[in-house]
Each structure stands twice: as structure tokens, then as C-alpha cells.
Design a protein around this ligand. Sequence first.
Ligand SMILES: *Cc1c(COP(=O)(O)O)cnc(C)c1O
Length: 470
Amino acid sequence: METSLRSLPSVDKIISDPRLKSITDGYDHLLFTKLVRGYIKEIRLFIKGGGDPPPFDSIVETIARRATAIQTPSMRKIINATGVILHTNLGRSSVSRETVEAMTGANNNYVNLEIDINRNQRGSRQDHLRSLLKEITGAESAMVVNNNASAVLLALSALVKGKEVIVSRGQSVEIGGGFRVPEVMRQSGARLIDVGTTNITYKTDYEAAITPSTAALLRVHSSNFRVIGFTGEVALDELVEVGKKHSLMVLDDIGSGCFIDTTKYGLLREPLVQESISSGVSLTFFSGDKLLGGPQAGIIAGKKQLIDKMEKHPLARALRIDKVRLSGLAATLLHYLKGDAVNKIPVWQMISAKPDDLRKRAEKWAASCSSIADIVQGESEVGGGSLPGSTLPTWLVSLKPGVRTHKTGVQDISAVLRNMDIPIIGRIEKDTLLLDPRTVPVEDEPYIISALTQLAENIAGAKLTSRRPK
Ligand SMILES: *Cc1c(COP(=O)(O)O)cnc(C)c1O
């Protein structure tokens, strides 16, 4: 053991190995030394535990691999061929070209984020989007924070803390990613009073729960689930009526930030921002990156007096949005003002894609690997906690492992596509891997086609590899 330990190469010898030169050239010297020392320490422990020292070449290789791996960004582009448009685990969705440009511009420059240039005074970052949001939503005022969960937390903290807020039991739910209505309430210091039953809540249930400590009635859109059968909720305008009668705020968390009627595309109805505002609620809350189709953000629209109060609350500072997303959101909202949202925003381009066009694309993909592919009719989903159980008809490429003798399973095919330079993610149903063109930008089609061509060739030649398609 002693000899093994003594025979270990010195840190300097490793660092000055010519095979590491290209790596050390672009690596901080102290950090690189630390990396090498760390590995030598591991080897020492390994030897003390009775192991044999690795050969010098293998040490150099391991160091090179580790130093390269740590520099490779862990988060990278993937191709979403799942057919789920708003895929939370895949970053929900992309944004319009105009939005990207606006965000790049804000990132590359100083901006008048908190300066009123005309008056040469301090300004508020909230003023940049206020007019646009007022115009589109019809609200008296509006503000933007980090995300919708922050928006609800801020409102309850600033306006309901120490008081009661009444929620229907059927809406006291978990939206996903740990956003649970009762827990957000507790965090804000508001007391949750849930009324009614899981499937039915009446207007009288709300009224019976009102006490002098009640500050608000909250409606939460059941974004990601649907209760069917014997059910009933109180309509928003009725809730607003109860609120008016008892001088209570009515808060409406609609989740998705939808401005366009989804039934036009054969989907179920998603509550519209404009309708929530026009029903007379005090505040409406929604995400920037769900059906709105912009960057991550939480938007609060409604009564000016309440917005003013929230802007002054200390949590507003903690939950604030940065200049980059603020610029991006402005560009996305502008699409709605100009009436070109469906043409320009990826989420809406995907929702409105025509089955005939999707069929042509699926045919083209399948033709590149016809020995293992068919096209089949199927369904795409909006996802991201919107419109559960409501789907869009689509055409899918169905990949079936053809050459059974080589034991190529659907999991193997899925793994090969997932391990490409740009991973391609589909969905497995029964014994097939399905790829939906709806969620794949046309620009990525050449890549997919060469990947599929290579996949089919490899299966035919019975060698599954996962290298970059040529
Ligand atoms: C998605 C959702 C949220 C959380 O929104 P984020 O922007 O992801 O924080 C809150 N409420 C409802 C009803 C939602 O659908």
C-alpha cells in the first residue's frame, strides 16, 4: 500500500500533461488544481481500502472527463415531440421571436427600468407594462411579479393577512409543483375558511361563512383536474354579487392567462382574463408562461387601490420581476394588442396547427425511417395545468421496433433519441414510441429527419448508437 501511495503522480505532473493543455488553457489554475487534488484524494482512499492505483493515463482521462463535464451546461435545448404544448418539465414552451429580441435587448443594455426619463425622476418598473395590461385586460391597474404563485402570495399577504378568506372546498387544491392553496394561505398569514363540499358549493355556503373577520372570497380555477358528474360551483358573477353585498374583496386565480377563446380550436373553455375582469372581481391572477405564451411571470390585474397597496408591500420587492422578463412580457402582450397572437406566439401556433399540415409533416418524418414507422391519428394536449381532458386531434409518427431478433425494444429506441446531441423526447404508449409534430418547430425538422434516418439504419444494421445524426 505504502509503495502504491508513494508511486502516485504529483499534482504538477498531471496538470502539465500535454493531453490536458487544451482544458487547462481555459480553466482557472487554482480551480483546476483543486479538481486534480480532489481526485488524487479519492485515489488515496481507494488505495487505503485495498484497491490498486489506476494507471497514469487513466488518471489523466478521468480528470479530462470531469473538467469537461463540469463545463457542459446541464440545461440545454431539447426537442419536445410529446405533443404536450405547455410541458412544465420541459420549460413550459418557447416564446415569440419578438419576445426573444426584446429580452436580448434588455440583457445587452442599460434600460430605463426605474427612471422616469422625461421628468428625470425615480420611476417604478411596474409602470412599463401598466398601460398595455390595462388596455388588454380592461382592468383599472395591474402589476407583474415573479410568477403566479408569487402573485397570489403577495395579494394574500398584503391584503388578507390576519383575516379570513373563504374558498370553496372543491377549489382548495394542489395546482402542481407544490402550489397548494391551503399552504399558500398559511404562508401569507391569511386564514382559510373552506366551505361547501368537494363536488358542490352553493352561494349560501359562502354567505353562511362570512364573519366580521372575513376579508375576501377567493376563486381558484381547477386548472389541472376536472370534476364531472353531480357537481356545482358558484359562478363568478354570483361570487362578485356576494362580495359587493358584504363589502368583501373577490380574488380570482385563473391560472393560465388565456386571452383567446379556446373553444374556437375544439378545446374546452378556459376562463378568459377579460371576462374575469369584466365580471367585476377585485383582482385577477394569472401566469405569463402558460396560455399567455410569454416568459415566466405572475400578473395581477384589477382595482387600482389594491394594486397600489401591494406595490408598497415589502414582499413585492422580494418577488419582483427582472428587466429581461419585463421586456419580454411587453413584447408578448403587444401581440394581443395587434391581434397577431395566434400567428406569432408559439403556444397559439401549436394550438391552431391544422391536422392536414400535421399529417403531411408526420408523413415526411415517417418516410425517413419507413422500416420502423407508421403514421397514426392521435391527440395532442395543451398541458401545463390547462384544459385537462381536452385534446386536439393530431397525426403521430408511431415507431415500432421492427427487428425483434435483435431485441430492440421501444425503450431502446426512446433511449437512442433521448441521448442524441439534441435529445428528442416522445411519448411511449403500449409498445410504440409516438412523436407528435405539433410541438416541434418546423426549423427542427431536418434534425429530426436525419435522426430518424440514422435510427432506422442502425436498427437494420442492428447497432443502436446514440451519436449526433450526420
Ligand atoms: C399554474 C397555476 C398557478 C401557479 O402559477 P405559476 O406561474 O406556475 O407560479 C397558480 N394558480 C393556478 C390556478 C394555476 O393554474
